[in-house]
Design a protein around this ligand. Structure first.
Ligand code: 13P
Length: 252
């Protein structure tokens, strides 16, 4: 299916970077160079404490603000956690769920990822569901099965009307922050696995769900990546922290 029928999404993930002051400075820098973007949805996921600042600062830039995480319970005695309704109330549209760093450092499992996907959808936002294999898994030849399992688990029990609001991000763990971007054949093959799964669940509508690539995306490789079949956008870590390089990627 032609990519015209899918939204192109250029998303930044700031991880645990940028203070509120730095967020405002980034917005000022962006105002000088940001093109009037019609060809894609641009968003940046920021630390929870800076969401309000970012929403205010990015308003005129037409950059949506996303969250990097959420807790799945609606409310209650969960000290330190942030609920989906709290994010929605601030004006958040997108929430990253199941990033490999959260799976690795914060004991996120396929089960909690699935609960978070439900919570985000129930609150009326769009989950950006991250999946990806380790180098060991790729070398063992089980990437396709692993990715399929992660996608299936994340989407378990999600009804078709809500599935349409999901975004999948394929981020090979070995490519994150390493400067080692996945090769075109690897990206094509894995994105095709995800697309097949989505179409099995949704029929033709499965073609409308954006699949993003993430992992060492830079201005120099963004154009080639976005030109690949079934790559409907990019999830960018390090390169989204710099206004110049983020704009170069948007232009690519
Ligand atoms: P890098 O672009 O820094 O490799 O990070 C990718 C990522 O984890 C985005 O979620």
């Amino acid at each position: 299916m032609n990519r015209r029928y899918r939204k192109t999404v250029i998303a930044g993930n700031w991880k645990m970077n940028m203070t509120a002051t730095e967020t405002k400075k980034f917005a000022e820098d962006m105002k000088k160079i940001m093109p009037r973007v019609k060809w894609c949805e641009t968003l940046i996921c920021v630390p929870a404490c800076n969401i309000s600042t970012a929403i205010k600062a990015f308003k005129d830039l037409r950059i949506s603000v996303g969250a990097e995480n959420v807790y799945f319970e609606e409310k209650g005695a969960y000290t330190g956690e942030v609920s989906a309704d709290m994010l929605k109330d601030l004006g958040v549209k997108y929430v990253i769920v199941g990033h490999s760093e959260r799976r690795q450092y914060f004991c996120e499992t396929d089960t909690t990822v699935n609960k978070k996907v439900h919570a985000v959808l129930n609150a009326g936002m769009n989950p950006i569901i991250c999946v990806g294999e380790s180098l060991e898994q790729r070398e063992t030849g089980i990437t396709d099965e692993w990715i399929a399992l992660q996608v299936k688990s994340a989407l378990y029990g999600v009804p078709a009307d809500k599935l349409r609001r999901c975004i999948i991000a394929y981020e090979p763990i070995w490519a994150i922050g390493t400067g080692k971007v996945a090769g075109p054949d690897e990206v094509l093959a894995t994105h095709a696995v995800v697309r097949r799964l989505l179409c099995e669940r949704l029929g033709e509508t499965g073609n409308r769900i954006p699949i993003l690539y993430g992992g060492s995306v830079k201005p120099a490789n963004a154009g080639n990546l976005i030109g690949l079949d079934n790559v409907d956008g990019l999830l960018i870590g390090g390169a989204s922290l710099d206004a110049q390089s983020f704009v170069q990627i948007i232009r690519a």
